[in-house]
Write a protein that binds this ligand. Sequence first.
Ligand code: SF4
Length: 320
Amino acid sequence: MKRVAFFIPFQGCGRRCVYCDQRAITGVRDGEAAVTPEAVKSVMRSCVAPVDLCFFGGSFAKTGPSLMESYLETVRYAPEGSRVTFSSYPGDFEGASGAYIIKTLKKYPIGTIELGLPSLDPLVLRMCGRDDDPGKIKQTMVTLRDAGFRLGAQIMIGLPGQAPESSMRDIESIASLMTGETGKTWDLRVYPCLVLRGTELESLFKAGQYVPLVLEDAVREAGALLLAADRLGFRAIRVGLLESASLRESVVAGPYHQSFGELALSEKLALEFAAKTARKEPWKIDPRKISQLTGHGGRGIKRLAELTGISAETVRKSLA
Ligand code: SF4
């Protein structure tokens, strides 16, 4: 189903997480208002086939009962079979107001609720300026799952205080909640933490209190997560932030690459093939995936050679 995305930067956010600048990420400029329900309605009317109407860039469920419902209502103007997908802060669904939000959402065709986690490590969450109780985050996932919603998890790597093992533990922990009808294939997005201009993280970075991941380490970490995500049953739908001029201009430091997702896929494939070599299994590559190893200066081939001890030349020949 085609996705039609609208950005509502910082709408509903009761905080400013240290790394976040949704205006840089979404390209919606300062002073420019978030899209109105009227504007969304008019786009929905023009759709000719069912769409996945997406609201990203803020905390959708906390935009306020009236605005949230106005946004949700717009799906009624889209072709039959359309649905709504959005991202939200996990804490939005707690307590009485959370129960009310869930009751409201049940009236609409919801595709996926993507939760911006971005970690389940209390220290990391605290250092990022977020609520630091992972137990509550997991409880929210269970509540939404049991209410019949399909979920997505947005996790990050290279956050302040975060180690690679902690991200791996996080996705294993989330996977353990993927049960029941709506829990079979949750979506997963993996974002490397970047230092964006004007954020608190920029001040921490400039004061020497935060050291971002270097690109190669971030790619290796993301590739390992992707491989684990396959094994755990996630549907990995995005790795790396969407490339845009506003993002490019805002990056002060960190593992930024316009094709970060492709590099992570090359790492994933290299790890996959290296594991096969260790088990003495033959390599069999889907021709559509060869470019994942040969692209970006043959990064995947070089990495596979490094992991297996086989020369890059031999690796290259065996893929031909
Ligand atoms: S990370 Fe999410 S909750 Fe935090 S400021 Fe950004 S959009 Fe809002």
